[in-house]
Design a protein around this ligand. Structure first.
Ligand code: GDP
Ligand code: MG
Length: 197
């Protein structure tokens, strides 16, 4: 079934709900996918569809306040989420690296000018437990959030902070250009502590 869906450019995504049944050896086989309530799809330049994630309530669009900062790129991430029923939240990491409050304010303003009015923007140090507190209104029981952003933005760091333990590898950004090194290229789903699965 996974192959048939992939051929239709409708491959299974992380977060999909499926019906599965065990075979004679007790191995689970997927028989059907439930229609996702929300679904994010990325399109290639040539129009090919790439499913990103299904059934999330909120997308944290993660961008660093270091050399990763790029309002136009954030516009593209927002476009990916728009119309999907997934609520976007812009999460600016590496707030601790910004020299002063004025610089932070200017960056937030620069971003606001490009975004729909009322878009939620949070600036955090993704390594600090305070970051989990700033996002607590999104990590409620029964809710699913996705973290999207370029390599090096701080997704794995924030995931570990939200989880309260180190489950995702993080990678230092290259000094030469501040780019990430694609430490994690797979997608995965975690259950937060204190929230019933
Ligand atoms: N100072 C600081 N460093 C951060 C922050 N968030 C991430 N980093 C660092 O940025 C690098 C890339 O982070 P990582 O979580 O691996 O990025 P990912 O590719 O989006 O998963 C790592 O060295 C992190 O320690 C932050 O808020 N402040
Ligand atoms: Mg990562």
């Amino acid at each position: 079934m996974a192959r048939a869906l992939a051929d239709e450019e409708d491959a299974l995504a992380v977060g999909d709900w499926v019906l599965a049944a065990p075979d004679a050896h007790g191995e689970l086989w997927v028989h059907a996918r439930l229609d996702p309530q929300t679904h994010l799809v990325r399109r290639d330049a040539d129009g090919r569809r790439h499913p990103v994630v299904s059934n999330v309530d909120t997308a944290l669009l993660v961008m660093g306040l270091d050399t990763d900062f790029n309002p136009r790129r954030m516009e593209r991430f927002l476009a990916l989420v728009q119309g999907s029923g997934v609520a976007p939240v812009i999460v600016l990491t590496k707030a601790d690296t910004v020299a002063d409050a004025r610089t932070l304010f200017c960056r937030m303003q620069e971003l606001r000018e490009r975004l729909p009015a009322g878009a939620e923007i949070v600036a955090i140090d993704a390594r600090d437990a305070e970051a989990a507190a700033s996002l607590a209104h999104h990590t409620l029981p029964g809710r699913t959030i996705a973290l999207l952003g370029t390599s090096g933005a701080g997704k794995s760091t924030l995931t570990n902070t939200l989880l309260g333990r180190t489950l995702q590898d993080t990678g230092a950004v290259r000094e030469s250009d501040g780019r990430g090194q694609h430490t994690t290229t797979a997608r995965s789903l975690f259950s937060l502590p204190g929230v019933p699965a």
